[in-house]
Design a protein around this ligand. Structure first.
Ligand code: ME8
Length: 514
């Protein structure tokens, strides 16, 4: 039986429409999910929206609508974004679902039964934008001496009755977890930050609010709603049917990876494992904090007017181009920059001119010069096996890098294999062989066809829809990585004839306004 692999993204605050950072996270998670599926794992992929908290309540008030109406409207935009970007999620979890209230209350009660919760008064700094409490020592001075959170957002002094979680009791266990499982927090730089934070000593965490009511009610404590992060993190369990002992809980929990952005690593690697330890639930195997996407090197912000609608980019350049660009251009784990020019340059050079052209040239030469007939038993020359080896090596390098979430290096290995094929076409010059040695021309074209299929299968998790259109034209059915080891051409020859091929990676143009 295939081994299960449970992957989740962060659930976004739907206080506005999705931006390119949300698209980036969804795409990266989708590539991981598709890569694991192609590698034979049984994958479950969950995403969703984080609908409670003061930020949502304030936004709804500003718009003069109920929080529920805001959530319904905006959550639908997030789901539509996933659908448009070809995100292969299995479950879209909303935190306003009835089932999520049950799950959040159950984990609360489990922590309470452990003796980890107590009622007290909270006095301290809170950032609504980050939905986070900060210690005085973490604050930084903004303009005119205004205090800001370490993320640069405004903080306000908050005093209210609150339930607390005994986070201070979990410091040693958390440090032991990080030491025993270095893979738990990735990449390494984020791991070091978290270890330093926990080593500095943990304070108990305020986990309920009384000053507003847009949240999951605290069981048995009228007037209190849960701190939004308590319910938000629980979404990873809700989607599996927790607190019921469902077959899904058995099969998928603990998650293999929570993919999130670098700004919310603390919530996932300090609070979340502590909550789970308290509730006697297994801990996720890994939390990966990816970098931020910057617009031409600058942070996106509404005031700079550079917040780009990912669907507009997808519409302009195509979903596959956007997916390829983001994985190729950004060194995963670090921040990365995007611009229309960079998308066009990268995709034209690599998808249209290199791989797309290779596939198109190969298929059209077979169509024109061989009537589209496939031949499996051509005589193999040394140059042919050398090319096959180079392609196999490039693909092996890509797969190893992808297994480590090093997508840009993986695609670099893949590109080198594409270049090797293009160099081989130029050297072998099948258009000349057509007259001088037709049997050799056929051997060259069939070698190229095999390489194109292998390269297409390899990169399919990144650009699934273009590759499926290409493989359809080639009559290739089996599309998982297992198929790389099969002699598909022998099985297909005689069964299938190529038609006039249609290119699948169009050349892009920079729109005039950019
Ligand atoms: O943090 N580039 O929601 P969110 C890349 N609801 N990633 C970015 C980004 C950017 N410019 N901006 C944001 C929340 N992200 C919580 C999560 S999980 C239980 C609760 C990432 O809408 C961000 O790091 O602010 C996070 O992983 C995700 O988008 C949602 O951000």
């Amino acid at each position: 039986m295939a081994e299960p692999f449970y992957i989740t993204t962060a659930i976004a605050y739907p206080n506005g429409k999705p931006h390119i950072g949300h698209a980036y996270e969804a795409i990266a998670a989708d590539v991981i999910a598709r890569f694991q599926r192609a590698s034979g794992r049984d994958v479950r992929f969950q995403t969703g929206t984080d609908e409670h908290g003061l930020k949502m309540a304030q936004k709804a008030r500003e718009l003069g609508i109920t929080p529920r109406a805001l959530c319904d409207e905006m959550s639908a935009h997030f789901q539509a974004m996933c659908d448009t970007l070809n995100i292969s999620y299995d479950k879209f979890q909303r935190t306003t679902d009835e089932a999520h209230y049950r799950a959040s209350q159950a984990i609360w009660q489990a922590m309470e039964a452990k003796g980890d919760l107590y009622l007290d008064r909270y006095e301290g700094w809170y950032s609504v934008r980050d939905e986070a409490f900060y210690d005085e020592s973490e604050l930084v001075a903004g303009e005119d001496g205004v205090k800001l959170s370490p993320q640069g957002t405004p903080v306000e002094w908050t005093v209210e009755e609150s339930w607390f979680f005994r986070l201070s009791a979990y410091g040693d266990r958390l440090l032991a977890l990080y030491a025993e499982h270095p893979e738990f927090i990735q990449p390494e730089s984020r791991r070091n930050e978290v270890i330093r934070f926990v080593e500095g000593g943990l304070r108990d965490l305020s986990i309920s609010r009384t000053s507003f009511d847009w949240g999951v009610p605290v069981p048995g404590s009228p007037g209190h709603v849960m701190y939004v992060w308590v319910d938000a993190l629980t979404n990873y369990l809700t989607g599996l049917g927790y607190p019921e002992k469902t077959p899904e809980m058995d099969k998928w929990w603990p998650a293999d990876i929570h993919l999130i952005g670098k700004d919310i690593v603390r919530f996932h690697t300090v609070y979340w494992p502590a909550f789970l330890m308290s509730a006697d639930l297994a801990l996720p195997r890994q939390v990966y904090g990816h970098g931020f996407l910057l617009h031409r090197g600058e942070k996106m912000s509404k005031s700079l007017g550079n917040v780009v609608d990912p669907l507009e980019l997808a519409e302009r350049f195509g979903v596959d181009s956007l997916r390829y660009f983001l994985l190729r251009e950004v060194s995963f784990g670090n921040d990365g920059s995007y611009s229309a020019e960079a998308i066009v340059t990268r995709c034209n050079a690599e998808l249209a001119n290199s791989f797309g052209n290779l596939a198109q040239r190969t298929l059209s030469m077979i169509f024109k010069n061989m009537g589209g007939v496939l031949k499996a038993n051509c005589a193999v020359a040394e140059a042919d096996s050398a090319l096959r080896d180079a392609v196999a090596a490039g693909i092996a390098e890509m797969r190893a890098a992808f297994a480590d979430y090093d997508f840009s290096a993986g695609l670099d290995g893949w590109m080198r294999a594409v270049f090797a094929c293009n160099a081989y076409v130029d050297e072998q010059a099948p258009w000349t062989l057509r007259k001088t040695d037709p049997a050799r021309m056929e051997a060259v074209l069939m070698t190229l066809l095999r390489c194109v299929r292998d390269l297409a299968l390899a990169v399919r998790p990144v650009v699934p829809s273009a590759i499926d259109r290409l493989l359809d034209q080639m009559g290739v059915e089996a599309r998982d990585y297992d198929a790389l080891d099969t002699d598909w051409l022998t099985a297909l020859a005689g069964q299938f004839t190529l038609s006039q091929p249609v290119g699948v990676f169009p050349r892009l143009e920079i729109p005039a306004e950019d």
